[in-house]
Design a protein around this ligand. Sequence first.
Ligand SMILES: NCCC[C@H](NC(=O)CCC(=O)O)C(=O)O
Ligand SMILES: NC(=O)OP(=O)(O)O
Length: 340
Amino acid sequence: MKNYFSIQDIDSLPDWVSEARQLKGSPTSQKQLGVGKTLCLLFFNNSLRTRLSTQKAAMNLGMEVMVMNFGNEGWALEYGDGTVMDQGTSEHIKEAAQVVSQYCDIVAIRAFAGLKDKAKDEAEEVLNGFISYASVSVVNMESSIGHPLQALADAITLAEHQGPNRETDSQENKTDDKPGKSEQGQQSGARRKPKIVLSWAPHPKALPHAVANSFVEMMRRQDAEFVITHPKGYELNPEITGDVPIEYNQKKACENADFVYAKNWSSYSDYGKVLHQNSDWMMTQEKLGAAKFMHCLPVRRNVVVEDAVLDSGQSLVIEQANNRTYAAQVVLKKLLENMR
Ligand SMILES: NCCC[C@H](NC(=O)CCC(=O)O)C(=O)O
Ligand SMILES: NC(=O)OP(=O)(O)O
């Protein structure tokens, strides 16, 4: 693996999850691997978790880290080929990516969707620009269409809570320690597949599809009953959701769920638009039932999800954020091993 651009770069999700969990048990066991190597983090958008957890992961591996907020502090970059640069952009990605490559061994980049122009967002000009012109490995810290570090952390969290991907899945014949409250579907010793729901939630701003897209891509590689629920008009890119069932009734979708992952995204078909407020789609204790609650954070309290859920023992959001470190660490470890 040269770059970590999307969930498709993971060759074996169960292996990566298991490796991340080992690193979590002994975070500095590979401290020699990154000695003498530098990670450069470039942020075109805000961050709390990604910035700190990726630095922490690099430090656990013995790497040095440099961080730059490109959005406000870097030169405005040009991506077009052959552009006459007499307007607002000061530096071309061709120079910028080559220059950055001389200062580091891995460059990690956050560049959200603009949500104005679907074709431009889907071209992923920032990430793909760096991939084209950098001579070092590139890591996606949330691009227009994906957030694969988040989805890997979510896979780790699910595995820790008896979701799919737990290490015993392959030798499964157990009836004990099954997820959730329901025993439905429990047949002749086979463990019921966990039911996982990705639920759209309301939000005052138009938000990108990246988190939902990567979660869907990750879930399609899991042995689980996976359902997406959202109001009509919020269908994600059908090329990403494929044959995943969509249930437009949120309450029905959440029935007997083991995990409910809430997230807002703007419309994909009416690109980047907030269609309506849909405040009745907020996740509540009543809809959640006995399921565990997941969200990537940051989360708007009492808009996306009510306090009672976030403040209950059913919320996994703090653990998800913790697992960002080990998701990043397994990715950096694999890139470093590849350089040997
Ligand atoms: N990296 C995790 C989520 C980042 C972003 N959320 C946000 O921009 C929320 C901002 C706010 O609530 O004002 C998103 O949905 O892709
Ligand atoms: N979940 C996540 O990516 O958080 P930040 O946007 O704070 O990095």
